[in-house]
Design a protein around this ligand. Structure first.
Ligand SMILES: [Zn+2]
Length: 462
């Protein structure tokens, strides 16, 4: 691969351990990795390709830690617009039961296109139903074509309505077939090396859709192959009631009972946790995928992000499935995280407090969650910051636009405080996915057309 020199940026945000922000900063990239990062005077003056980014802010590629790509086909479904989680799911399960392999492929491209246009370079997706011959392979093929790194979480559901679970029996699978397919996917696709574009994660869907035995067996299999574990947890009060009634535990204790705590585990949402459970996450190294928009959309609640960070819990951001967001804009999610955290402070008396130790989440802290925070949650040390030896994953935003007019005294905060739009460049492993504001790895108008046709077909009997 040719060398690439990025130069003359207005400011380059490294997110390294020293939080360096380098005016007139640049990157020298070779074979998909960063060889040098620094001000212009410390970088080579030439390369096979030189990209002058004067007037742009450059940041590490954003890391999305929780999504369901297929749900881009069921955004804003009227019957599911104003429901809480369990009713929203019950409305959508029968529609999702009609998904085909082609739907998985198309929806993956749509979600990743949106994510890339918002600065995302690595995304974890949680696919947990496989109707009509659908496979995780369909998603991986689509991700490879667009060129964004993927942590493909092999989801599963085995606890249907007839056994006391939430989903209809028509969308659950046998535990034997789930485990067999999980093993096949790891052996076929999982690449643990630095710079990997595909990693497999085992991800039984939630306490109310799989059995404890499948949780246990998935953990055994994941640890045998050194892959990570992921599930939804403590998302709503309904789930807490379900866990207490069905298993006799609160959600976090239930996870401990099935051996689901450790450095290799991260949970989506984790809203309903008490102080001891926050400490449990910290002690065992569990990560959290914070999904503020989804938590607001479904009226689930507000995750205690400040407490997690204070306790040393790894926290990243997730846009969550597009049926509960209903977008895949990761920079916008950083803004939501900052704003929701501030709202929580307000509810707990910030405006009346003169305690100088009480601090609001800053724009930079929100960007940190979206970059190195997400990388830590996914267990990846090769992404999340712009440093020598790390993947050449970054995005750039032109500051000379209406959205940032009047905010250039602090361009880094401006891209969070001001309404985020589309980014101008997204580069993954030294390759352009977005260039001059346009996707370069797929035909966007054609994709939108295909996607809308597929969505119409899925909903035609409603
Ligand atoms: Zn989710």
């Amino acid at each position: 691969m040719p060398t690439l020199l990025i130069k003359n940026t207005t400011i380059l945000v490294t997110m390294d351990d020293h939080h360096r922000e380098i005016p007139d900063g640049g990157l020298f990239i070779r074979d998909g990795f960063i060889e040098k990062v620094g001000p212009a005077g410390e970088l080579p003056t030439s390369a096979d390709e030189v990209l002058d980014l004067s007037g742009y802010v450059v940041l590490p590629g954003l890391v999305n830690t929780h999504h369901h790509f297929y749900q881009t086909l069921t955004r804003a479904v009227p019957a599911a617009q104003d429901a809480n989680l369990f009713n929203w799911l019950k409305t959508l399960y029968p529609i999702w039961a009609r998904l085909t392999p082609e739907d998985i492929y198309i929806s993956t491209q749509t979600a990743l296109a949106e994510l890339a246009l918002s600065g995302c370079t690595t995304a974890s997706d949680h696919l947990y139903l496989f109707p009509n011959g659908s496979r995780l392979d369909d998603e991986i093929a689509a991700a490879r074509e667009i060129g964004v790194r993927i942590q493909a979480a092999r989801g599963s559901m085995s606890l249907g309505e007839s056994k006391g679970g939430l989903p209809p029996d028509s969308v659950v699978d046998s535990e034997e077939s789930i485990l067999r397919d999980s093993q096949r996917l790891i052996e076929t696709y999982h690449d643990p090396k630095p710079g990997s574009f595909v990693q497999i994660v085992l991800a039984p869907c939630s306490p109310f859709s799989v059995t404890g035995e499948l949780m246990r067996q998935s953990a055994v299999l994941a640890r045998e192959y050194h892959v990570h574990l992921h599930t939804h947890l403590a998302e709503t009060e309904d789930e807490q009631v379900f866990c207490l009634q069905k298993f006799g535990y609160r959600p976090v204790s239930y996870m401990q009972s099935v051996d689901w705590v450790g450095q290799d585990v991260w949970f989506a949402h984790a809203v309903y946790v008490d102080n001891d459970e926050v400490k449990t996450f910290a002690r065992h190294g569990c990560g959290v995928a914070h999904c503020p928009t989804s938590n607001m959309r479904l009226a689930s609640g507000i995750a205690p992000v400040k407490e997690y960070l204070a306790a040393g819990v790894k926290v990243g951001l997730g846009v969550d499935g597009s049926a509960s967001n209903d977008g895949s804009h990761l920079l916008a999610e950083a803004r939501q995280a900052m704003l929701l955290s501030r709202l929580r402070e307000g509810i707990t008396g910030f405006s009346l407090s003169n305690d100088p130790s009480r601090k609001l989440m800053t724009a930079r802290a929100a960007l940190e969650l979206a970059t190195r925070g997400g990388a830590a949650v996914l267990g990846r040390s090769d992404i999340g910051s712009l440093e020598a030896g790390k993947c050449a994953d970054f995005f750039a935003v032109n500051l000379n636009r209406l959205d940032y007019a009047g905010a250039l005294h602090d361009p880094i905060s401006a891209i969070v405080f001001c309404q985020p739009g589309r980014v101008d460049y997204t580069v993954v492993g030294g390759r352009y996915v977005v260039k001059e504001g346009q996707l370069v790895t797929l035909d966007q108008p054609k994709l939108v057309n295909q996607h809308n046709r597929a969505a119409k077909r899925l909903l035609r009997h409603l």
